[in-house]
Structures are given as C-alpha cells and as structure tokens.
Design a protein around this ligand. Structure first.
Ligand code: NIG
Ligand code: FE
Length: 416
C-alpha cells in the first residue's frame, strides 16, 4: 500500500539512500527520501516520488548528499551498570586461565558484584552514563540493560534504579531487565535453592511492584543456575506478568533454550552449545536467537552457534554487544558486526538485520523500532558510508553523520 506524503512534515531527509529493513533483507531504496512528522516516520520512498510542492510542507529539509540512512541500532543485550574492573582477569586469561576457572575461584561475576555493591548510586550512574553515551554516539538508539551485579535485594534495586535514571537522562529507548539469577552470591555459597527462593519470593515481587523491569533473565549454566532453578524463576516471572529471556547454552548444553521456548521467551542468548532439537523448539515458539560474538571472542571459544540451522528454521538472528566487564567489554557495535561476520559467518546483511529489526524483535519492540517504516518511531542514523556493508567491513569505525531519536536530532556532525 502506498502512503501519501502528509501535509505537515517536521524533517525531510533528501538525496539519501535508505536501508529500511522493512521487508526481506536490507530493503534498499536508492536515491530516496524520508519524512518525519510528530516523532514518527511518515513517509519513505524514492525522491522522485515526492510531490512537487513537498518543500513547502517541511519545517526542515536535510540534504544528505548521497549518504545512507539506516534505522538506529538496537543493542538488545548489555550489562552496562557495573563498578570496578576485570582487566587483571583479562591478563589471567591471556596466561591460560579459563573463564570458568576464574569464576570458580571467586573471580568473574563475583568480583564485579563486590565492586558494584560497594559503589554509591551516584558513582554507578556516572560510570554507566559514560557507557550509554559512548553507545549512543555510535548510533545505538534502543538499548537493553540488565541488572545482575547486585545479587541482593538492595543492590539489584539500586542497579535498576540507576537504569531508570539513565532513561531520564538520555533520549534513547532503554529496556531494563532483571537478572537477579546471574550468579550465586557468596552469602548463599552452599544454598543455591535458597538464593532462588530470595529471587522468586522477595526480589521479583518487589521489582514488579516498583515497575522497574520489563523482562526477567537467568544465567542457566553449570557455573550458574540449573534448569530446574531457571524454571522456578520463569514461573515466578510469568505469574507476575513479566516476559522472560535466557543466557542459554553459552558454555555447555543445559537444555535452557528448550525450557525458555516453552515459556515463550523473547530471546535466547549466546547459544554456542545449542542442540538441534532445542533450535526446533525455538523456531516453534518464535524465539529470537541473540548472537554475542564479543563473548565468544574474548573467551576464545571454539564452538560456534548453529547459524545455518537458524537460517534453515527461519529463527531471527539478533546481534548485540553484550557489553559487560568480564566476557565482552566491547563498546562498539560496528566491531561486533564485524565479529559476527568473521567469527560466526553471518553475511553483512544478516549482521545489519541483527543489529536493527531482529534486535527489536528480541525486545518485543518490532512494532515501533528497528526499521524505517511509516508509523514507526523516527529513530535513525545518517551514515557517511558508500554501502551498508561498510558498517561491517570498516571494523571499529563509526562514521556517524547524524542521529535522530523520536524525530529529534540528537547529534549532527559539525562540518555540515
Ligand atoms: O553475557 N554469561 C553471563 N553473563 C555475562 C558475563 C558477565 C560477566 O562475566 O561479568 C555474559 O557473557
Ligand atoms: Fe550477557
């Protein structure tokens, strides 16, 4: 159905090429134009199809001089509220120690928990703000942030409240996820079921009451929580009306993805050790596969996710930074796109879909985010590139020209 250009346009981008992500593949429109009205995309098409008098209807016209417009990136899996550093663990791993060994000796997630518990709300907000700003200036306009470095009621709430402060401070869309079941805190050393009781009976109801998380995540793994414990958290989350998602099959096949599928999870994330039968269940329940090549790279993993199976089963693949201090201290979406291509064998098209529309699917936000379609939020980036694949090819470069969020220009290059 052709949509006609509205009478009132706030911003009209002209002389641009669009990768809209609105159909199959990148859905490219060369020599295009895009109109924004009231914070939403109101028209996208070829410039030659604009009515002759279009300029009289526009408050602002932006000549993109042959640049490309893509939907803003959706980073659907991050843990960016933390204090402390794990650079010494990075060095230990360079000397041969594994992530699991470090974790079993009380390092890993536990060491970040210690630092995060000890940090003031102001310090945490300051640290996290710097990370959000870094991502935002690279064209990430929707961001998921998990708690999970508190592991007690007080600190988990502190982290989720910091995420809410970030929501107020920045224009991008932030989706808060409660990851209380990320690791076993030291107080519960020999009582992991006791900790799951705390998560399900105390933390979850409190978080629901405060309305500070939209989804609930669990780390289902032999160094974290069992399948049965994951199920208990999911049951409690569902009973409270919260969506679930899972860190599944990252280091071994625990069967987490099949369980999460039965709970109609939004996404299963990592998935390097996913079995074929669990993949079938993800497909049946329309669960998005979130690929995190940063963690695979940092942990020098060998086993790759079943990308061809995801293709064959038409499971949407999202790609995300997994920004965290341990397994993926990667602050660059274009670097992640490059890793997704080189390490996991995604095509540039798949990687770009993964960081836009499929990232939106992983958050249940595909009705509003992730593609350039009339009616969706005007979250977009004008890129100074020759082809969309440059965003995968030019690893680590972030050639942003302009960033628009909900119709407002957040950033524009000064040399314009
Ligand atoms: O996504 N796998 C568990 N959680 C994070 C790592 C967190 C950490 O090491 O601090 C991940 O890889
Ligand atoms: Fe993670």
């Amino acid at each position: 159905m052709k949509i006609s250009l509205p009478e009132k346009i706030d911003t009209c981008f002209t002389n641009c090429h669009l990768a809209t992500m609105a159909g199959k593949g990148l859905s490219i429109i060369k020599n295009g134009a895009l109109a924004v009205s009231g914070g939403k995309i109101s028209w996208a098409g070829q410039k030659k199809d604009l009515p002759e008098n279009y300029s009289t209807r526009c408050k602002e016209i932006i000549d993109c001089r042959d640049r490309w417009i893509l939907p803003g990136f959706v980073d659907c899996h991050t843990h960016l509220v933390w204090a402390g550093s794990r650079s010494h663990e990075f060095e230990m791993r360079l000397n041969g120690a594994t992530y699991e060994e470090i974790s079993k000796k009380g390092g890993g997630i536990a060491s970040t928990v210690k630092a995060t518990r000890g940090a003031s709300r102001e310090d945490l907000l300051h640290l996290a703000s710097k990370r959000v700003k870094t991502l935002l200036l690279q064209g990430i306009t929707t961001l998921e942030i998990k708690s999970g470095y508190g592991l007690n009621l007080e600190t988990e709430i502190k982290i989720l409240e910091v995420i809410h402060e970030l929501k107020k401070a920045f224009p991008l869309r932030i989706e808060p996820t409660f990851l209380g079941a990320h690791a076993l805190p030291p107080e519960f050393r020999d009582n992991s079921d006791g900790y799951i009781d705390l998560v399900t009976k105390t933390m979850l109801p409190k978080i629901k009451e405060q309305g500070i998380a939209t989804a609930v995540d669990v780390f289902c793994e032999r160094i974290a929580f069992s399948l049965e414990q994951t199920k208990r958290v999911f049951q409690a989350a569902k009973a409270l009306g919260l969506r679930v998602k899972l860190h599944a099959e990252q280091l071994s096949d625990s069967g987490g993805a099949a369980l999460a599928s039965r709970f109609n999870a939004l996404s299963c994330d990592h998935l390097e050790y996913l079995s074929l039968s669990s993949a079938t269940k993800m497909a049946r329940h329309k669960v998005t596969a979130v690929l995190l090549p940063g963690a695979f790279y940092y942990l020098k993993e060998k086993q790759k996710p079943l990308v061809q199976v995801f293709r064959d089963l038409k499971i949407p693949m999202a790609v995300s930074t997994d920004l965290n201090p341990g397994s993926s201290p990667v602050h660059s979406m274009t670097l992640i796109l490059n890793m997704a291509c080189i390490l996991f064998g995604l095509t540039c098209e798949e990687a770009l879909l993964g960081a836009t529309i499929n990232g939106a699917k992983a958050l249940g936000l595909e009705h509003a985010k992730g593609s350039l379609e009339p009616g969706k939020d005007a979250d977009l980036v004008v890129w100074d590139i020759d082809e969309p694949s440059d965003l995968c090819y030019l690893a680590g470069l972030s050639p942003v020209d302009k960033i628009m969020i909900k119709g407002h220009i957040y950033h524009r290059n000064l040399d314009d």
